[in-house]
Design a protein around this ligand. Structure first.
Ligand SMILES: [Zn+2]
Length: 257
């Protein structure tokens, strides 16, 4: 099992990987709260040439499902730019949240917007790295919260070769998905899980709240989390608090060795 962590210093992922003793890291390549185009990364060549695997997490501002042009249009552009930036690092994928439409809007149009994202990009040769759609914790009109939504989303994007899936355990728990069989149920829909975000939660099952906790300390039994990681047969990224990442890596290593 390939296990890594989201690093805090986006400019020195190699240093972070070495410090943590991991061979897989996740990072942002631009301000996650903004729309700026990623700048050339100082470790791009080293990352491409190293044995360290890289995953890029896209900005939180992105919502490709949005019916609002002022959000959807820059979102498409940002996904394209950040996928290109991820390719510069030799990344295995770009994580993009499923997004949502607003109250009173038709979710079907949101799924159609996801389809258009890939369709338009296909005209210019496709995305530079796989786009790993991540399930989300809350919202009534989310594109990737409940399993029925994920199924509709996959009807819209599943035929595009760059469409992949990232399963976040904290988000799934918050969304009210049973973690004991979530891997099988998601895989039955998508045919794939490309990445796991293995996080515990500070909140109760079905809370719709997105507050990550360390593997040993949240409201999810850590043994259940270990089973998700094992069943997924995909690389695992921890997005747990900085203070406990080492302990979380150790817990996972002990449980899976
Ligand atoms: Zn996540």
């Amino acid at each position: 099992m390939r296990i890594g962590a989201h690093v805090r210093d986006d400019l020195d992922p190699l240093g972070a990987a070495e410090q943590l003793g991991v061979d897989l890291v996740q990072l942002f390549i631009t301000d996650p709260q903004g729309w700026k185009k990623p700048q050339p990364h100082p470790q791009a060549q080293q990352l491409r040439e190293s044995t360290i695997d890289v995953v890029v997490h896209s900005s939180y501002t992105i919502n490709v499902a949005s019916l609002n042009n002022r959000i959807r249009v820059p979102s498409r552009k940002a996904v394209d730019q950040q996928a290109a930036g991820a390719a510069e690092l030799g990344a295995i994928g770009l994580v993009v949240h499923g997004g949502h439409v607003r109250a009173g809007e038709d979710a079907e149009e949101g799924f159609a917007n996801w389809h258009k994202l890939f369709e338009r990009q296909a005209d210019s040769g496709g995305f530079a790295v796989p786009i790993l759609v991540e399930n989300t914790a809350g919202g009534e009109r989310a594109m990737a919260r409940h399993l029925d939504a994920i199924a509709r989303l996959w009807d819209a994007v599943g035929d595009f070769p760059e469409a992949g899936f990232c399963l976040d355990t904290c988000h799934a728990w918050a969304a009210g998905l049973d973690l004991s069989d979530v891997v099988d149920k998601v895989r039955a829909i998508t045919g794939r899980i490309d990445l796991v975000h293995l996080n515990n939660s500070r909140d109760e099952f079905g809370s719709a709240r997105d507050r990550h906790a360390s593997l040993a300390e949240g409201t999810i039994d850590s043994a259940v989390l270990v089973e998700v990681a094992r069943a997924a047969r995909a690389p695992v990224i921890l997005e747990t608090p900085a203070e406990t990442v080492r302990a979380d890596l150790q817990l996972l290593a002990d449980a899976t060795s």
